[in-house]
Design a binder for this molecule. Structure first.
Ligand code: ZN
Length: 262
């Protein structure tokens, strides 16, 4: 028995070594597969065309919390009951105000060469009041930044840029040469999901788009400067997409905004 037991010692040792090697190999494999999983679960990059449920996950939780808190304040300030219906009424209100003498006496099919900065600033103020409840104007005043100003003409930063552009000093340039075409019920424009049947309506929506940039610039300057959830796609990343949708009902993508239906 003693001799048999002695023969078994190396077998037991060899068996233990083999088991230990197998354990090490298994642990290495486990670690490798965990690393692979970590890589697979990394958040994807923002790409145009993402659905809200996908791009919203790309917004860091602290930034999303700030954005949601602001949205709650805006919802409270504008006091809408039915999102769709109230939004449609709000656009109608903007257009009615704009056509009144106090709102700039706008024509639906205005001649861009005759538009002045006061008219544009009044139109922007009407959009801000109806859709943001005056909160942006209040914020700009309380952080002592320059008031919103809208200028017709050419954006000195980029004369060939899109319909309009916001500068860091809260000036919005409306690119006159992009506003020569006529827009009507027969030749409407799809502006980020909103069908516009007049040039004035399209301009109001355009200013809404710029107001989203102004909201980020004046409420969240740190996001405006550095957020990986705002900066992609020339500042039309997930934070822009979310605010543009929730504030103005705009969907779609900044660079595919303008086309004539016919
Ligand atoms: Zn934009």
């Amino acid at each position: 028995m003693a001799r048999v037991a002695a023969n078994r010692v190396p077998i037991i040792v060899m068996g233990t070594i083999a088991a230990a090697s197998a354990l090490v190999a298994w642990l290495q494999e486990l670690r490798r597969s965990r690393d692979d999983n970590d890589e697979a679960s990394e958040p994807p990059c923002y790409v145009r065309g993402m659905r809200e449920r996908d791009y919203i996950r790309l917004i860091p939780s602290d930034e999303l919390q700030l954005v949601k808190a602001l949205l709650s304040r805006v919802y409270k300030a504008r006091g809408w009951r039915n999102e769709e219906e109230s939004r449609a009424h709000a656009w109608s209100r903007v257009l009615a105000t704009a056509q009144s003498s106090d709102g700039g006496a706008w024509q639906l099919d205005f001649d861009m060469d005759k538009v002045n900065p006061v008219q544009l600033t009044l139109l922007c103020a009407a959009v801000e009041k109806c859709f943001l409840g005056g909160l942006l104007t209040h914020q700009i005043r309380s952080v002592r930044r320059p008031p919103l100003k809208v200028l017709p003409g050419e954006d000195p930063r980029d004369p060939y840029s899109w319909l309009s552009g916001l500068h860091d000093d809260n000036t919005i340039f409306v690119n006159a040469n992009r506003w020569r075409e006529s827009i009507s019920a027969e030749n409407p424009m799809n502006f980020e999901g909103a069908l516009c049947t007049s040039k004035l309506e399209a301009l109001a929506h355009t200013l809404g788009h710029e107001l989203v940039h102004a909201v980020v610039l004046n409420f969240f300057p740190a996001m405006d400067a550095a957020s990986a959830a705002y900066l992609p796609d020339d500042k039309h990343g997930p934070i822009f997409m979310l605010l543009n949708k929730r504030l103005f009902g705009h969907v779609g993508h900044a660079s595919q905004r303008l086309f004539n239906v016919r």
